[in-house]
Design a protein. Structure first.
Length: 281
């Protein structure tokens, strides 16, 4: 794979990650049921990918079970944010996760925030505040905003933990077990809150696309691109996920961000870029 092909694969993967947000609007199921379907399909697909390459999944440990729980919580809160506040706010609130990663790593290293870290934190706080039209908990937008921030925080914790596990298990194995354990964590909650409306054939088809294309395929493309581009380049390109997602939502759902949301987006992405570059150093 040439570097230009790798960059194309990387951008395709990031666009597919952003595209996944739209399924929260298209699938008439709860966030728990959407994520359960997504993780089952993704784990099965990644298992097939491993077997096609004549490889066996590594043996999981307790750490991967906890990672699966974090992944489940991340995606459930993310799709709840999409359904409550729309694609733009959900993606932008989630996009704060590099700042959370920076803060977590600073706490672990017991180091005080420097100017770059402090600046990134201020920018992301102001950017997130701009996304909220009214600060009333009865507002669905504020509830969705909170869910989006929770999604970013849980993903940041998962990111830090995954960095430590990827060398031992490999990226595809890691993704497979995290999806499988996420499905196990969600199954009792799905059974306890069994849907009053059974999923339609259209819902099942959308779940299949979400699991195969926007999860397993996107993850595989992302991993393949890493063989030719640096981790830092991949991190910077990943910041385009909300941009791709918002553009697709405008095109396919008619959700067009207002000026306030665009300003908030610029501040959050600037903060995320600062945090990404800072973590690299």
């Amino acid at each position: 794979m040439s570097r230009s092909t790798a960059l194309a694969a990387l951008h395709t993967a990031v666009a597919l990650f952003g595209f996944a947000a739209l399924f929260g609007k298209w699938i008439a199921l709860s966030p728990v049921e959407i994520v359960l379907g997504r993780t089952i399909v993704a784990a099965a697909t990644l298992g097939i990918v491993l077997r096609a390459g004549r490889r066996w999944p590594t043996r999981p440990g307790r750490g991967l079970a906890l990672n699966g729980g974090l992944l489940a919580l991340h995606w459930v809160t993310f799709f709840a944010a999409v359904q409550l506040a729309g694609v733009a706010i959900a993606l932008l609130a989630f996009a704060s996760f590099p700042v959370f990663v920076m803060v977590i790593e600073s706490v672990e290293q017991r180091s005080a925030p420097d100017r770059v870290e402090a600046g990134a934190i201020v920018l992301v706080v102001v950017g997130l505040a701009l996304l909220v039209p009214e600060f009333s908990w009865t507002s669905a937008v504020l509830q969705g905003h909170a869910c989006g921030i929770a999604s970013g925080l849980t993903f940041a914790i998962l990111t830090v933990r995954s960095r430590r596990a990827v060398d031992r298990h490999g990226a595809v194995n890691l993704a497979l077990w995290q999806n499988a354990f996420a499905a196990l964590w969600l199954t009792p909650f799905a059974l306890a809150g069994a849907a009053t409306i059974a999923p339609t054939i259209a819902d099942l088809a959308l779940l299949a696309v979400l699991g195969v294309v926007c999860t397993a395929l996107a993850h595989t493309l992302f991993i393949a691109s890493m063989r030719r581009v640096s981790a830092h380049t991949a991190s910077v390109v990943s910041l385009l996920e909300p941009v791709y997602g918002i553009a697709l939502a405008a095109l396919l759902l008619g959700e067009r961000p207002d000026a306030r949301t665009i300003v908030g987006m610029l501040l959050i992405l600037t903060a995320a870029l600062l945090a990404t570059r800072h973590v690299k150093r």
